[in-house]
Design a protein around this ligand. Sequence first.
Ligand SMILES: Nc1c(N[C@@H]2O[C@H](COP(=O)(O)O)[C@@H](O)[C@H]2O)[nH]c(=O)[nH]c1=O
Length: 166
Amino acid sequence: MTIYFYRVKDAYGSFSNFSPHGFTLEGYYWPTAEHYYQAHKFFGTPYEAFGHAIRIAPTPEAAAQLGRSGRYPVHPQWDQLKQAVMWRALVAKFTTHAELRELLLATVDEELVEDSPVDSYWGCGGDRQGSNYLGRLLMHLRHCLRQGADLHAFTPLQDCPFCQMP
Ligand SMILES: Nc1c(N[C@@H]2O[C@H](COP(=O)(O)O)[C@@H](O)[C@H]2O)[nH]c(=O)[nH]c1=O
């Protein structure tokens, strides 16, 4: 049965990027995957200081709000970069927290879907027809963990036989 997740307090809420599972990566501590993802919109741009302000935002909600604020332009290639950024965050999160890795592996072959009512890219959107890239990356990570694959080399989803696009 498909596993839908979204709110941190609900079942499988720790699969959400807003869950309080921090990790150290690239020499910094990231309180949530959301902090890491939103900050990287500005790394490699003249606005890295803003990325660091996001890194130390008090909550993932605040990090998301800053990252989406439009205050500064995001990296010009952000759309091409963002899946690899999200992948690095998920690898760090799920390898830092053994209980999350076990929870992910325990979902075996169930479909994982970020049940976002508003996001049809990372989630399934209100009509549940969206791309669900967060769920797909988690399923890809589950597959890679099981295979003992090199997690540091991001294989774009379309190149992974397990994660073929529909
Ligand atoms: N879980 C969750 C959200 N979903 C997350 O939002 C991020 C996408 O941000 P953006 O690229 O700026 O649209 C991505 O991490 C996605 O998983 N958004 C929320 O406002 N609340 C939430 O509880």
